[in-house]
Structure formats: structure tokens, C-alpha cells
Design a protein around this ligand. Sequence first.
Ligand code: BYC
Length: 334
Amino acid sequence: MYAQMVKTDADKVKALQEMTPEERAFQERVDRGEKIEPKDWMPEGYRRTLIRQIGQHAHSEIVGQLPEGNWITRAPTLERKAILLAKVQDEAGHGLYLYCAAETLGVTRDELTERLLSGRMKYSSIFNYPTLTWADIGAVGWLVDGAAIMNQVPLQRTSFGPYSRAMIRICKEESFHQRQGFDIMMKLARGTEAQKRMAQDALDRFWYPSLMMFGPSDKDSVHSAQSMSWKIKINTNDELRQKFVDQTVPQAEYLGLTIPDPELTWNEAKGGYDFSQPDWSEFFEVLAGNGPCNADRMEARTRAWEEGAWFRDGLMAHAKKAAARRAAARHAAE
Ligand code: BYC
């Protein structure tokens, strides 16, 4: 299933002179910074790559509700509970914007869900880790949403119009998510010794999985070169990972917490931190379905899909009836 992770010659980006006239005109539009809209001509690979990336992103938003949903009933105060509920609802909304953007490329939401449930599509590796304590909800907001924003802010400039517009709306809400996570961490880090230990433990467990969210290192990234030439992606995985580390280390210092990386040092020459890479074999194991929560997440999504069938059928039946009534009314008025 993960054979596509092996780099091949097929990943080579075509030079302008190797392209058909249509491909070349398309590439020139992208290079000029024009947005590509759903009805415009596009190479099949561009369409496929967008469906894969947007679909994976949409699935991540939906699956990402599960580890946080786990704490709604156990949030420590009514206020924290209301905030967490709002955040989890936002994520459902993000999933919907993204499924809509993918649908403009000629794939239905149902097809995307079926591809996820049959293992042909992925969601972000991060959601295969459990949220064991309340501090994990802080770490998810601070680190996971922080990493998501780092990735998504440049995607506001992505070349595909509907994706770019979805990202603009999503980014506005993500920054609130990140701040609520940091706020939880701040309360714990300034709390009792036990609370501080809880915050440190959450950082210890979420640090490397958060670094993995940016994808494999550039040398192992299968899609980056082509996606960047199409401006589906704006930065490489390593560039964003570096920016994330540089942004997060001072925040950890402010909290009085320690990043669990003895190699972490400021590198004056590069103007950024040197840091240890995550254990990439763990990342590939998680992608292969062997992370701590893969089975639970897929089971929850499958159950939701099956148990929601009657509701989807009801909506379709209602839409058909309403359309028939509208058609009959139009007919009568003519
Ligand atoms: N998890 O060639 P590469 C959120 C796969 S946060 C799983 O570099 P690409 C949220 C990749 O799909 C997260 N799989 O790929 C936050 C490919 O496999 P396939 C959602 C990963 O696409 C809080 C293979 O590895 N954000 O939503 O150029 C609460 C080779 O990688 C991962 C997005 O999805 C991973 N971490 O770059 C709730 C952002 N990394 O498909 C929700 C949009 C890599 O060939 N996506 N793979 O089988 C992107 O920017 C890019 O897709 C990535 C990967 C940077 C993630």
C-alpha cells in the first residue's frame, strides 16, 4: 500500500520544453501566480494530487476530533468544556470546507470517505496517538494546531482557488485553537508541581509526533518537487519543520518546560535551531497502520459511517422530494 513512498523517475518534474502546449500554458499560469479554478483545464496529475492532499487534510480534521472529543466530558471547568466543544465543532467545519473544495475536482465526499475506510487514503499521523491526560489537550492545541498553522498559512497561497479560499477561513480559526492550547499549558505550567509534571509529560509525548506532521524529510518526500512546481505546496517539509521548531522553542522556554531533545541548540550561522529528527521508522509504522490508535480511529470512523447511513439516506430522500415539488410548482406556473 505504501509503494508510492518509493521515489521513482516518475516523480521527476517535467521541464517546460517537455510539456504539451496545454501543460505548458497551465504551468505558465501557475508560475504567474494565477489561481486555477475547477472548470479550468488542468493536468490529470494536478487533479489527483489535489484530491489526495485536500482529501487527506479533510479526513485529518474529522479524525482529529476524536482525541479531543475524548476529553469533552472530562474538561476541568465549564468554561474549558465550552471552549473545547467550540474547537471540536470548528474542526468539523474545516473538514466540510475541505470536502467541498475536493468535490469541485469531481470526487464526492462519499467516495473520499470510502477511500479512507478502505485504507486507500490517509489522515495525519498525529491522530494515531492517544490523549491520556488533560495536559494532552493543551499540547494538541499548542503543538498540533501550531504545526497545522505553520503548514496551512502558506497554503492560503496555494494555486487551486477553492483550496486557497478554504485555507483562508481555516487559518483564522486555527490561531484561536493554538492559543487555547497554549493557555491550557500556561495554567498547568504555572500550577502545582503535579500539574507542571503533567504539562512536561504531554510535551515529552507530543513533541516528536508533532515534528512528524510535516511529513518525511525532503530527501524521502515523494511528492514535494512536483507539488511545489504546481504550487500545491509552497514549502518543503523540512523548511516548515525548521520554522516550527524555531517558533516553538521560545514558547516552551516561556512556559518553563523542556523540549525533550538533548541535541537542541541554537545555530547562529543558520539563524535557527539544530534539533534531532523524529524516529522515522516509527512514522512509517504509524502510516502503515501500526500506531497506538490506528485501529481505534478507523473503527470509530467506520462506525460513524455505518450508523449515519439512515440519516444520509433520509437527507437524499428529502432533497429529491423537495426538488420534485419545486419542479412541479415551476411546471404549474408555466
Ligand atoms: N501523516 O511526499 P510527501 C489538522 C504521507 S493537522 C500521514 O512529503 P506530501 C488538525 C503522504 O501523504 C493535519 N501521512 O507528501 C489539527 C505521502 O503518502 P501518499 C492536516 C503523511 O503530500 C488539529 C507520503 O507520506 N494537514 O488538520 O507532498 C486538530 C510521502 O510524503 C504525513 C494537512 O493535511 C503525515 N504527517 O506532503 C484537528 C495539510 N506526512 O499520499 C485537525 C495539507 C506525509 O503518497 N497537507 N505523509 O500515500 C500537506 O501539506 C502535505 O500533504 C504534507 C505531506 C506536508 C502532510
